[in-house]
Design a protein around this ligand. Structure first.
Ligand SMILES: NC(=O)c1ccc[n+]([C@@H]2O[C@H](COP(=O)([O-])OP(=O)(O)OC[C@H]3O[C@@H](n4cnc5c(N)ncnc54)[C@H](O)[C@@H]3O)[C@@H](O)[C@H]2O)c1
Length: 282
């Protein structure tokens, strides 16, 4: 337990799983009171309950961040429950995958809604509160997929690129009024989302979509292991990242230790994007 976020109130979207859950744990351990928001209300409740059992203060809310009223509602809920809002972590994601000619317009719109429009809306509604309080910190989970292309992920790539540049614009507008906004850009991280994509993990793999989730085909066990190994070794450190490693960076950016950092997009990818992609010569 530490006190790097003592007295702060934080709201985390997509806080019921993966990186959001790890960040909730980290924030709480550093003294923040946390509102966990997720479209999966059961998971949001599970995470909040665990934080309370560990001695923290936490609330939970089931909300779809693609719904503008729900986004406004979640910000109000944080203020009503805890009296203020110091940290907003826009982290929820969902994506329609497929080659460009096969992507549906609905899937494209839904992917941009959760990855770009939701952070915009949450930021829009949080800013007046943070201005009244004299400041705040916003951390958006982007991705290295917002800086490069991936096969079959054009909608996600476009959404993550957009949220990086949205963050820069919003950051410079409010920098002089003590609201800092930054992005983290992870490489492949060992979360339920990646397990779903690779078809591994115990449960039926699924992908969250607005209003629920869709089942994905499960790969044969041998293929699962191969995909995970290939994803891991693509990173020069030789493995996937952990949600806790991303949470450590989110914590730093959300804390007062990062007081001179705004409008930045931090790559955290085990060296993946430092590499040209060419094989070793010897
Ligand atoms: N896992 C990775 O390899 C990786 C890499 C780079 C970036 N990221 C980013 O990290 C963030 C977290 O990803 P993760 O891997 O922990 O995923 P995850 O699937 O484990 O968690 C995402 C959470 O978002 C929630 N969610 C989805 N749609 C929602 C909606 N409309 N409203 C509210 N909640 C919704 C899901 O229910 C889920 O709990 C995402 O922004 C993702 O794009 C992940």
């Amino acid at each position: 337990m530490g006190d790097r976020l003592a007295g702060k109130i934080a709201l985390i979207t997509g806080g019921g799983s993966g990186i959001g859950e790890a960040t909730a744990q980290r924030f709480s351990a550093e003294g923040a009171r946390v509102l966990i928001v997720d479209i999966n209300g059961t998971n949001a409740e599970r995470v909040a309950t665990a934080l309370r059992e560990q001695g923290g203060e936490a609330g939970h809310l089931a909300a779809d961040v693609t719904d503008p009223e729900a986004v406004q509602g979640m910000i109000q809920h944080a203020v009503k429950t805890f009296g203020r809002l110091d940290i907003l972590h826009n982290n929820a994601t969902a994506a329609e995958m497929g080659s460009v000619a096969d992507l549906s317009l609905e899937g494209w719109n839904r992917t941009l809604a959760v990855n770009v429009t939701a952070p915009f809306l949450a930021t829009k509604y949080a800013i007046p509160i943070m201005l009244d309080q004299g400041g705040g910190a916003i951390v958006n989970t982007a991705s290295i997929s917002g800086t490069r292309g991936d096969y079959g992920m054009a909608a996600y790539n476009a959404g993550k690129a957009a949220v990086i540049n949205f963050t820069r614009s919003a950051a410079i507008e409010y920098a002089s009024r003590n609201i800092r906004m930054n992005c983290v850009c992870p490489g492949a991280i060992d979360t339920p989302a990646i397990r779903a994509l690779t078809g591994s993990g115990a449960e039926t793999p699924h992908m969250a979509v607005a209003g629920g989730s869709v089942d994905l085909p499960k790969l044969p066990e041998e293929a699962q292991a191969k995909v995970r190994e290939r994803m891991g070794t693509a990173h020069p450190v030789g493995r996937l990242g952990t949600p806790q490693e991303i949470a450590n960076l989110v914590l730093f950016l959300a804390s007062d230790e990062a007081s001179f950092i705004t409008g930045a997009a931090y790559i955290i990818d085990g060296g993946l994007t430092a590499h040209t992609g060419l094989p070793a010569m010897r």
